[in-house]
Design a protein. Structure first.
Length: 421
């Protein structure tokens, strides 16, 4: 199918070319689609300045931004996670009018929701008759039940509330409507793919929401190797119960590599628990808590280490895994969520998550194997770089989206053809 002239409306609540995480994903997806097609992208007015500056630097003639925010009297309530969620739902509801106005002036071939990337959050595009692409979305991941006994009361409460919120949201009419209306769901993990099918989506494909620009990838490839003075493992991110850093520390204590260090970069509510664990494991001389560091220092620390340890229990993305692979570092992770989709047997080790004891033992064995085999670390690092280059560059992801769009439009065309008498 010829895709040269298709018109697409994209909902991108979070969309900022200067930001990482979800706003960065929103912008990069909008940009890649607009490089190929005529795009009308709806986002918040707070993103306008950053987007305007980026478009002045690198124009996208086929892109038209539509900015919308709720009245100031409602924006003052946008505080905390609950306030953000309420605001987002209202924003989605009120953007229906913008989309109706757009459709009176423009023939749309496709619509697509990209951010927020939660499958259990509503989207205004569920109410548009145009073929709808839902995603990339995540959020279907959960900490396995066996691992929750290691959480403190705060962690267990968090997981309980999160599970309840997701179950309630799955039953919401707006979410069920989106599932029924979806021509193609794009799930970032197998867990989310299963949930989309469960709520009524007919077709779902895997598609990671993360990608690299060529310049950023090249910069990671230029990172120098570790100095070899000591074998170093590293974990990076917010210190949260579900990030699984306690599993990494327990595995490090069991690994048979005494001349080694473990660096933990970041901070968060689990810092005290992790510090206490390090003391109880007798690792005070070998574990270093680096705290929150500027971006440049974080990358220097990654370059100075040999292996990334990322034992997250429910992570839709796992951006740090992608960065480590681009930097030529093997990745140790659990076979869960986004990291499980990124990491292969050639680029690192992903272990089953049956019980905490089993996961820790398997991580320890992997640490020992990699710690003793420098050639294996190098081979996995090079394979990681090749995997990022082949599957996670933004221009390649734009090509993937084109293939998805073609299949949706072909299916639509086939349905509209008259059946022979």
């Amino acid at each position: 199918m010829d895709l040269r002239d298709i018109h697409i409306c994209i909902s991108a609540y979070a969309c900022d070319p200067t930001a990482g995480s979800e706003p960065g994903i929103g912008w990069n997806l909008v940009r890649e689609v607009a490089r190929r097609h005529r795009v009308w992208a709806i986002t918040r007015r707070k993103n306008e300045r950053a987007i305007a500056a980026e478009l002045q630097r690198a124009p996208l003639p086929k892109l038209q931004m539509i900015y919308f925010d709720l009245p100031p009297s409602l924006r003052v309530w946008k505080k905390g996670q609950l306030g953000i969620d309420v605001y987002y739902r209202l924003w989605q509801r009120l953007t229906r009018r913008l989309i109706d106005d757009l459709r009176r002036d423009v023939h749309l071939d496709l619509t697509q929701h990209v951010t927020f990337g939660r499958y259990w959050a509503p989207t205004s595009l569920a109410y548009v008759s145009t073929p709808f692409v839902w995603g990339p979305v995540g959020g279907g991941e959960s900490a396995p039940a066996a691992f929750r006994r290691d959480f403190d009361r705060r962690g267990r409460t968090y997981e309980f509330v999160r599970d309840c919120a997701r179950r309630c949201s799955e039953s919401a009419p707006s979410v069920r409507r989106a599932a029924r209306h979806t021509a193609l769901g794009l799930a970032v993990t197998e867990e989310t793919r299963a949930r989309l099918f469960a709520i009524g989506t007919k077709r779902v494909e895997l598609f990671s929401a993360m990608g690299f620009d060529r310049g950023a990838y090249d910069a990671f490839c230029r990172m120098p190797p570790s100095d070899g003075a000591a074998l170093r493992f590293i974990s990076m991110g917010r210190l949260l119960h579900w990030k699984g850093f306690h599993l990494g520390l327990k595995a490090f204590a069991q690994a048979a590599i005494p001349q080694s260090e473990y660096w933990i970069v970041g901070d968060g509510p689990e810092r005290a628990n992790l510090s206490d664990l390090v003391r109880r494991l007798g690792l005070l001389e070998r574990v270093r808590f680096m705290g929150v560091q500027p971006r440049a220092q974080v990358l220097e620390m990654l370059a100075a280490c040999d292996v990334l340890v990322h034992p997250s229990l429910h992570d839709s993305g796992g951006w740090v895994c992608l960065e480590a692979m681009a930097a030529g570092k093997p990745v140790l992770c659990l076979d869960l969520g986004g990291p499980a989709e990124m990491v292969t047997d050639q680029t690192g080790v992903k272990v089953a998550a049956n019980t905490p004891e089993q996961a820790v033992a398997d991580l320890a064995r992997a640490m020992t194997t990699l710690g003793r085999d420098r050639d294996l670390r190098y081979a996995m690092g090079e394979a990681g770089r090749a995997r990022v280059r082949a599957g996670y560059m933004w221009e390649n992801k734009g090509d993937q989206l084109d293939a998805f769009y073609a299949s949706v439009l072909q299916g639509r065309a086939a349905q509209s053809r008259p059946h022979p008498a």
